[in-house]
Design a protein around this ligand. Sequence first.
Ligand code: KG4
Ligand code: ZN
Length: 357
Amino acid sequence: MRVLGIESSCDETAAAIIENGRVIEANIIASQIKTHAPFGGVVPELASREHLSNIAFVVNSALAEAHTNLDAIDGIAVTRGPGLIGSLLVGLSYAKSLAYVANKPLVGVNHIEGHVYSVVFENPPIAYPALALVVSGGHTTLFYIPEEGRYAALGRTRDDAAGEAYDKVAKLLGLGYPGGPVIDRLANSGDAKAAELVFTLPRMDSPNLDFSFSGLKTAVLRYVKEHHIKPVESPDAVTQEILDLIASFQDKVIRSLLSRVQEAARRHHPKTMILAGGVACNSALRAKMLAVDFGCPVYYPSPILTTDNAAMIAAAGFPKLARGEDHGLNFNATASLRLDNFVMEGYDAPVTARYRI
Ligand code: KG4
Ligand code: ZN
């Protein structure tokens, strides 16, 4: 079965062709980083406009690269949320029109489920139960997945997403946007112990394995003020003091992520541990995850599949299309779409879902 995937939830316009849910025949991504970089973050209005200019080209390029055409596609999978509503609507409307003219089944996919499926191309099939840590610019959630399609959120961020914290700290220090890759590269040259960050975590008075990054971000801000640190002109002009600070920041982020994941593995004995989302690209996080014995293999995608892409959307749509699902042309995009569809026994039902976007 050959699936066309379309993704436009944030600042990447992407299309992919996937064979049998596991083989990538084309994976085209038009990134808007250059457009948004001067603003230090994604500007929704600009994002929608760029999706509109890019979508036809990106989809046609994917079909051409896979040496196929719309007639030879068995189904279309498109991101229906969460994300920026104006951005989502571009991909969704385009996918609907393709499904209509070519008379193909169309399924809407949750973007976060897409991130979970980003590991299927380069690893053995996912064994269940699985745990998945999805860490990106918009989301930080730890899922328990007892079987395909069932998701319980064991923990989620109470404030900023991990990637959002990277981006904000980078902006504060003049390191540019997005912050994750540059902090990842520079943190190796810093000494985390040389910059002590003082912060208290909010009271975690529930069994849930929640995260919180805003206190850490504020601690970085306080450190910058107390040490009179000025933003740098370029990432190549950083001082040792800044290198130590970002090493310390990254160390705290990774410790916080790992402690929850380790506790979840201890409680639930997964057969697969999945690390996905843009922050899963982080070399220190990957190395630390691999160094821990979770009692099961750790699956993570290669860098091109960690950031937003349509291959993962097609992969998540594949089981639905293979089951004969067709969501038709009347479903809508949902900016704050949730993935968790049941509450694990012993955990509190989440009260809020906060996404950056
Ligand atoms: O998954 P993604 O492309 O988009 C969202 O769905 O949000 O994730 C983008 C986020 C950004 O916040 C970026 O700074 C972060 O992933 N990121 C990283 C790294 N590469 C990207 N964070 C830490 N280390 C990295 N190497
Ligand atoms: Zn994403």
